[in-house]
Structures are given as C-alpha cells and as structure tokens.
Design a protein around this ligand. Structure first.
Ligand code: RNT
Ligand code: ZN
Length: 416
C-alpha cells in the first residue's frame, strides 16, 4: 500500500474523532526544534584548551568520526538537518568560536561567530547561544558567576555580557530570535557552611548581566539538581532560578529533563511554571539513573511533556531545544534520532482531541477520560508521521539510516 492510500485511511480515522491531521502536520512542521551543536564533538569546542570537559558533565563513548573543526561540525549538522523534517535551529556554545588564535572568554566578539551566522543565513535557520562557563582554567575552583573571588566573578560576568551581544548579533543576522541560555556548574562536592553567600552573588551578577534589553535575543537560566563534583550543593538550583524568572519577566526559565531528582518529571512541572512565567526553554534530554544525557527516545516522559504543552495550549510559549551528548553511536544519527523523536511526540500530542477530553473531564466522566486516552495511543499515528516525512521530501520510517551510514563511510570514517 502506498503512503497516500495509507494516509487517507489514517486521516479518516482521526477525522472520526474530530482531529484534523493536516493541521497537526502543519503545526509540527512550523515548530522549531533547536539542535545542540555539542552532540557533534562530545562537548569539546574549538578553543584547543587542554582543560577537557569539566563542570560535572560527561560524554562517553569512542565511536569514530567526531567532528574536529567548525567545517566538519557544520557538515555533520548539514547531514543531520537533511534528515529532520520541519523547522530547525542550531544551538551553539561560546567555545565554538572561530578566532584563529587563542581568545580569552571575556574578550570574545560577534566577529568570532560570523561563519556560523553566514552558514545559518544560507540555510535560513535560526541560531541559539550559550555562554560557556566550564572547561576553562577560570572555572577550576568550581565557581564562576557565584565566586567570592572578584577577579573570577568579573571575568565570567564580562563573558556573559559578551555572549548576550553575540546572541543579539546572531538574532539580527538570521532574522530569528536567538535564545541565550545560561547554565553554570557552580557548586560543591560537600555541603558548604555558607550556602546563601554564593546565591546572593549570583543574583547580583545576573542583575548586572541582564541590565539592558535586547531586541533580537532572549535570555534563559538553567537550573540543576547536582553534577559530578557538585553533589551536595548547586548555587543555581531550581528554586533559585524559578524565583529569579518569576521576578524578572524578561528572563526565561530553562527546564532540562535530566536536572531533577529521578522521581521528579518536567512534564509535571510545566503548567505550574506557566501560571507565573510567560515563556520556557526546554532542554529535551534523557536521564538514565542520573543526568546522563542519553539520546532522546520516544518514551513516556517525552510524550507526557508534549501532551502537557498541547493540552494546556502552551506550545507557543515554549522554546524547544535538545541537550544530550552520546559518543557511543554515530553522532549524526544521535541528532537525527533525538530530533525526530521530539517532533513525533509533538505530532502525537497534536493528534489528540483535547477539547472532547476536556468536555468528558468537566462532566466528571473519568471513565471516558481514561478509556479514550488509552485508545488514542494506538491510533495510526505512525502513518501520519511517515506522510509528514514524504510531504517534506524526507525519509520516512527508518529510511534515514542508510543516508547516515553512507555519510559515515564516505566522510566520518576518513577522519583520523
Ligand atoms: C548541563 C546542562 C547544560 C549543558 C550544555 C552543554 O548539565 O544541561 O545545558 O548540557 O550547556
Ligand atoms: Zn541542559
């Protein structure tokens, strides 16, 4: 059976429950998902420092073909983007600069990112940005923006200010608003005596960094429960940034799916945040027992997140970005798998007759609520996804895999 015949059937099944599959496809295609550049090189960046990855995060795996240069990384992103239907952005970190020489992080400028901007403009995609406050000698103490050392703190404040200027430049060049996300690893292996002081310093630093308004970028702050080496205390905790974002409406809160206690879920937090915050940034990731940053799979939590966003009509207030780093499989495939899964979860949530379910709920019909949501889970959603791919001239099903295998054979394996 060809995909058009199959789609006609699926469309009819969904129409019978009041769902417009064409509208769901259109919405999925126009909702951007931001691909994190750091999946392509195991979070190493292009500064050539000997520091290695620090900040309590870790990429594991020795799969061959890691991108070693900006051109290789962009070529890998080109390959991944050619296999991910719909609108996408690319998320870069400050240490992916191209300076041709060593530049201190408190001296970076938009000129160091003009190649990224040219590339994105050529592809008509948006860019997002992140200050890099780890993998650097000035972060070796475990503290950056919250450091008690004036020299260290000022260094990172200047870095963060420059990152906002770069994000503004990227937003201007691409014509698409650039989300500038701040995550710092500041924290401690053992419980400090003074846990308030660092938080007061971080609060002051943020107020200084965010003092002026920018038109083409928006800021976000990302909390964390713990990292390797910050098991007992993290300055930028969830409570800290939730309160900060509530008090500073221009600053978005970032929710990373790996940054909470293993029994807490981001899906359960979304609507509580939306009561107080106008926008969120999501770091879609997958924690396995800890903040392990595994490739995003089509699991219950991913689906629950998108159901929450659609059922509460908060999708337009959500910026969607991916955040994981797996060096144990083909790194281009890691992007493709995670991004396609994220878009599938969005599509599936859009294929639910939300208004009818709310009617049943409001009428107190909890039997129908459970019975119907369970039945809708096995509606022919896969056919709608395959049709979406076909419509966009993209491989449906697992047909993307041979493209990645070819790319691996011809390009990535030649990297020694
Ligand atoms: C780390 C945070 C952060 C990083 C990136 C590289 O725990 O999730 O978002 O993954 O900045
Ligand atoms: Zn994150």
């Amino acid at each position: 059976m060809d995909i058009h015949t199959a789609y006609a059937y699926a469309k009819e099944r969904y129409a019978a429950i009041g769902v417009d599959t064409d509208a769901a496809i259109a919405k999925t295609l126009t909702t951007p998902v931001s691909l994190h550049c750091w999946q392509g090189d195991d979070v190493r960046g292009f500064e050539g420092l000997e520091t290695g990855l620090t900040g309590g995060i870790m990429s594991t795996g020795e799969y061959p073909g890691r991108a070693r240069t900006p051109d290789e990384l962009r070529a890998d992103l080109d390959c991944a983007l050619s296999l991910i239907p719909g609108e996408n952005k690319v998320n870069i970190h400050a240490f992916y600069l191209e300076a041709g020489k060593a530049v201190e992080r408190d001296a970076i400028t938009s000129a160091h990112f003009s190649n990224w901007a040219d590339w994105a403009v050529g592809k008509n995609i948006g860019l997002d940005f992140n200050p890099t406050c780890f993998s650097h000698p000035m972060s070796a103490s475990g503290y950056t923006l919250a450091s008690a050392d004036d020299g260290i703190r000022r260094y990172w404040i200047e870095h963060a200010k420059r990152c906002r200027e770069i994000a503004e430049y990227l937003g201007q060049r691409t014509g698409k608003c650039c989300v500038n996300n701040l995550w710092i690893a500041d924290g401690c292996k053992e419980r400090p005596i003074d846990t308030l002081g660092p938080r007061l310093r971080l609060f002051d630093a943020l107020n200084e960094i965010y003092a002026n308004h920018c038109d083409h970028m928006k800021d976000a702050v990302e909390s964390k429960l713990f990292g390797i080496g910050s098991e007992s205390y993290v300055v930028g905790s969830h409570e800290f940034y939730l309160a900060y974002a509530a008090q500073h409406p221009e600053v978005l809160l970032t929710l990373d799916t790996g940054h909470f206690h293993p029994t807490e879920t981001v899906s359960a937090k979304l609507t509580a945040c939306f009561v107080f915050l106008k926008e969120l940034l999501l770091h879609v990731s997958r924690p396995v027992r800890w903040d392990s940053d595994h490739v995003v799979t089509f699991d219950d939590e991913l689906q629950a997140i998108f159901h929450e966003l659609i059922r509460s009509d908060c999708l337009s207030r959500t910026n969607i970005a991916l955040d994981y780093f797996d060096g144990s499989i083909n790194r281009v495939a890691a992007w493709v798998i995670g991004a396609r899964n994220t878009k599938k979860a969005l599509l599936k949530a859009l294929l639910e007759p939300v208004a009818d379910l709310k009617t049943a709920e409001n009428a107190g019909d909890t039997t129908a609520r459970l019975g119907l949501t369970e039945e809708y889970k096995t509606f022919p959603f896969g056919i709608v996804w395959d049709y979406l791919c076909e419509k966009e001239n993209m491989p449906g099903g697992a047909e993307w895999l041979p493209f990645v295998k070819d790319y691996e054979q011809n390009i990535q394996k030649t990297r020694k």
